[in-house]
Design a protein around this ligand. Structure first.
Ligand code: GDP
Ligand code: ZN
Length: 370
């Protein structure tokens, strides 16, 4: 059950869910010396179909300090919700790309950026491996991404001073890392939280599967405060946005609309009269490609179940249908009371009300049953 402010008793135990395994939840308690307890959900929460997600702030009762066990009695209202990976209360998305090895592909980067923007989370763009390129290349990308509306952080994991610039940006926040493979995400995570490697391999071993399943997500407390989550690796995010929603995922369009409105409120910024967005920007061609993709998608909409697409498909290069992990389906930025309530209603809606719902959620087959 969602707890309101009046039940946030200062003497009760609260913490953050850092991992979910079937019907068990690891909760790291708020304290100067954080302790973790393996918790079950109170029967009352199960009955209500209250889902508990990684990132949830929860109230823990009946602690057994020796056995490291406890029970979750309440879940605080969520600030944000990501569906894939299933995660509550993330503050920002750290998008990692490399300047070289692999070469920075503007189309791939744009796809990731649009996907990241669609989550509603703040986006922090980090370009790694700056040690492999010259100043001219760095300058080129800074400039170009500046035109796109981003201020990327250029780093190298091989240069102490540059990667240290990242630390303050993560401090005290819940960050989700994303990006294609080979850009240095694992190296980055291992540098930030050395115990991540040991812990995930232990978990993977026990469950008999790798950490990069589409449903598995784990939060790692950062030594300097804050939490970090890895996402499943994928090289080309699937975009299931409607044509109308696409525009809000481009900072260039947002900036232009802030300066003047288009004549039509449903303007798609193609060739409509009195369009405030126009065509004179670097990613305009890319925007048009995605618009065409969105229109193809909406004309071949997948059957829906509970308001959620049952399968998320992307039409591949040769017309092949791939099924890919989705970064998310819903988030709620800066929640008003109404939106919080809406978020909770939606969650009830998408939650299976049996006691075993979480068995499915942590399962690889989760993509097919959602
Ligand atoms: P992931 O697939 O995104 O998790 O990438 P990895 O962390 O596995 O890194 C891919 C490769 O890039 C590894 O060989 C790393 O040693 C290398 N790498 C990571 N960061 C840097 C960097 O800043 N500079 C250089 N030159 N190589 C890096
Ligand atoms: Zn327009």
């Amino acid at each position: 059950m969602a707890a309101d402010a009046s039940t946030l008793d200062v003497f009760s135990l609260w913490g953050v869910v850092t991992a979910v395994q079937a019907n068990y939840y690891w909760v790291t308690l708020d304290s100067e010396h954080p302790a973790s307890l393996l918790c079950i959900r109170r029967a009352r929460l199960k009955k209500m179909g209250q889902r508990v997600m990684v990132g949830d702030r929860v109230q823990v009762v009946d602690p057994d300090w020796e056995g490291q066990r406890g029970a979750i009695a309440a879940v605080a209202p969520r600030q944000t919700v990501l569906e894939r990976p299933p995660m509550a209360n993330a503050d920002q998305l750290l998008l990692v790309f490399a300047l070289a090895e692999p070469d920075l592909d503007p189309h791939q980067l744009s796809r990731f950026l649009v996907k990241a923007e669609s989550t509603g989370l703040e986006v922090l763009l980090c370009l790694n491996k700056q040690d492999l390129v010259n100043e001219e290349t760095r300058h080129h990308w800074r400039q170009r991404l500046g035109q796109w509306g981003y201020d990327p952080l250029l780093i190298s994991l091989h240069e102490e001073s540059s990667w240290a610039a990242l630390l303050p940006r993560l401090q005290g926040r819940m960050t989700v890392i994303s990006g294609p493979s080979g850009v240095g995400k694992s190296s980055l995570i291992n540098r930030l939280v050395p115990e991540a490697t040991a812990r995930t391999s232990a978990v993977s071993g026990k469950l008999g599967r790798g950490r990069h399943t589409t449903r598995h997500v784990e939060l790692f407390p950062l030594p300097q405060g804050g939490l970090l989550a890895d996402t499943p690796g994928f090289n080309q995010p699937d975009l299931t946005l409607s044509a109308l929603d696409l525009g809000s995922c481009f900072p260039e369009i947002r900036q232009r609309l802030a300066q003047g409105a288009c004549q039509f409120t449903d303007c798609l910024h193609r060739d409509e009269p009195d369009c405030a967005v126009g065509h004179d920007w670097d990613r305009y061609g890319f925007y048009r490609d995605l618009l065409a993709e969105a229109e193809t998608l909406s004309s071949s909409q997948q059957p829906r179940h509970g308001g959620q697409p049952v399968l998320k498909h992307k039409v591949g290069d040769r017309g092949k249908i791939h099924q890919e992990p989705m970064l998310q389906a819903k988030t709620y930025r800066r929640v008003s009371r109404r939106r919080q309530r809406q978020a909770l209603e939606d969650l009830h809606y998408t939650t299976l009300d049996t006691a075993t719902d979480l068995d499915h959620l942590d399962d690889d087959s989760g993509d097919l049953i959602r």
